[in-house]
Design a protein around this ligand. Structure first.
Ligand code: SAM
Ligand code: SF4
Length: 484
């Protein structure tokens, strides 16, 4: 059954709770067997996509552990496998489809294995997935994780189960995420969910629903308890953190206000955030960042294109000039701030001139690093419905290559400028290549490697940079008294 709430709502609030009989679980089990089924089971979560998905997997783990399930890091030990999925580009979905082929082979060996799909792809394709991918027993969208224990019970009693209800207010504020794949130093905190910016190319508003902010008290409490348990860095997550707003008892907390509260927990707790939308990046936020040494001096500000025509076509709600004005404001208030971005190559109707404007904007801003993508048409988006995906594949590829080559040059130049500078680095662990080197990041979010000293993981050290690659700074400890 499919119920559509407010059929004309652009948000596509689809309410679906479908239970389909399966071929493999046809026999209906007794109640006793059911009880056994939901206890003593081990679950494994495989996560794809953005930081938000990794944060959601921690919420799922918490919900399942509360119900008596146990997490495992070994796929082979799992009774239940959940794949938390991404829909942002077609390539992401194709990767997950291939992974499901592998899950089929596991299920042939263990017919009792339960395989569930979570997240954006589950939300986008809903029942269609159950029809196309026989290996799947369960589908749960991003707002229905509280329902997972019940969905699992339904599967154990011989049905396929699906819940893709999008919520207007679910923020999982009271769920304490299990940091199951963590280094014990850095953690994500989800501060809002959904997005209603409707950029023409983007599937997020359709699969993650309406924007909603999480209760400020629950966020500050979570950050405080992470600090108490030894964490030294939190990254606040949302699709557009600048529009965070919580009103309680007539008092309004903006994103800058939230940052201030978290910064006050302890000067040794670092704060990062992602993602900032250029249309909402306020001077108030920049001043707050400048005023607190523990708010990291790094802003991820996706530009997508350097052409005002393409930005308008993308429904980004800013022009090239407005974007450059925000860059000037960052440089004014926080001269040492690093700036990173996202860029899409070959969006609909992008001319060679538009592409050149992207390259010239990159040169002008001198981004420290960038995530760069080839445009991928996504069903149901404004671009898919109203524009033509008319930039030929080979042109998209060539433009993307030019953008990547330029960014490599800019990242190299940015790192070169850091030689001889001294940065405060939070030690996060050992270098992947050698236990003789510590690995950490500076406030600007650059990875810094330096020879192991008497310091411990989780401490801050001052490191003088002596050499670099385009991805990493390499240095030596200058002094180590910054943990007081
Ligand atoms: N909310 C963030 C913002 O607006 O900046 C970004 C969220 S999205 C998960 C991450 C990035 O994926 C976007 O900034 C965009 O560059 C890229 N992206 C989104 N949809 C895309 C598409 N259809 N094709 C290619 N890249 C896409
Ligand atoms: Fe997608 Fe735009 Fe929302 Fe970012 S702001 S998630 S790009 S719709």
């Amino acid at each position: 059954m499919t119920f559509k709430l407010n059929g004309d709502s652009a948000l596509f609030l689809e309410l679906i709770t479908v239970y389909l009989c399966t071929l493999s679980f046809e026999s209906v089990k007794t109640e006793k067997a059911n009880e056994q089924a939901v206890s003593n089971k081990k679950f494994f979560i495989e996560t794809y996509g953005c930081q938000m998905n990794f944060s959601d997997s921690e919420i799922v783990a918490s919900i399942l552990e509360k119900e008596g399930f146990t997490g495992t890091k070994e796929l082979k030990d799992a009774d239940l496998i959940f794949i938390n999925t991404c829909s942002i580009r077609d390539h992401a979905e194709q990767r997950i489809r291939k992974r499901l082929d592998f899950m089929k082979s596991l299920k042939r060996k263990n017919p009792n294995l339960v395989v569930g799909m979570l997240g954006c792809m589950a939300e986008r394709l809903k029942t269609q997935l159950l029809e196309e991918e026989q290996v799947l027993d369960l589908i749960a969208g991003p707002d229905s994780y509280r329902d997972l224990p019940k969905l699992i019970t339904d599967v154990e009693s011989g049905h396929k189960a699906i819940n893709t209800i999008l919520s207007l207010d679910e923020t999982y504020a009271d769920v304490s995420p299990v940091r199951y794949d963590s280094n014990g130093i850095s953690a994500f905190i989800s501060i809002m969910r959904g997005c209603e910016n409707y950029c023409a190319y983007c599937v997020v508003p359709y699969v993650r629903g309406q924007e909603r902010s999480r209760d400020v008290t629950s966020i500050v409490k979570e950050a405080g308890s992470l600090f108490q348990s030894g964490f030294r860095e939190v990254t606040l997550l949302g699709q557009n953190v600048n529009s965070y707003e919580w009103i309680e008892g007539g008092v309004k907390t903006s994103f800058a206000g939230l940052l201030e509260k978290i910064a006050g927990i302890n000067p040794l707790l670092r704060i990062r955030f992602a993602t900032s939308h250029p249309k909402d990046l306020s001077d108030e936020l920049l001043k707050t960042m400048a005023d607190h040494q523990n708010i990291c001096k790094a802003i991820h500000l996706p530009v997508q294109s350097g052409s005002s025509f393409i930005l308008d076509h993308m429904n980004r709600k800013y022009t090239r000039e407005k974007y450059l004005d925000r860059i000037a404001a960052i440089r004014h208030y926080i001269p040492e701030c690093s700036i990173s971005t996202d860029i899409i190559a070959g969006f609909c109707d992008e001319s060679e001139e538009d592409h050149k404007e992207t390259l010239s904007l990159m040169e002008q801003v001198e981004f420290d690093y960038a995530f760069m993508f080839r445009y991928s048409e996504r069903p149901d988006t404004l671009a898919a419905e109203q524009y033509q995906d008319n930039v030929p594949d080979e042109v998209k590829d060539r433009r993307l290559r030019e953008i990547i080559d330029l960014q490599q040059k800019l990242s190299w130049q940015s790192n070169k400028k850091d030689v001889s500078k001294i940065f405060e680095v939070l030690i996060e662990g050992y270098s992947k290549r050698s236990r003789d080197y510590f690995s950490g990041r500076n406030s600007q979010n650059k990875v810094v490697l330096f020879p192991v000293t008497g310091n411990k993981i989780g401490e801050y050290v001052r490191v003088k940079i002596i050499r670099f690659t385009s991805a990493t700074l390499i240095g030596e400890v200058h002094e180590d008294d910054c943990n007081k």
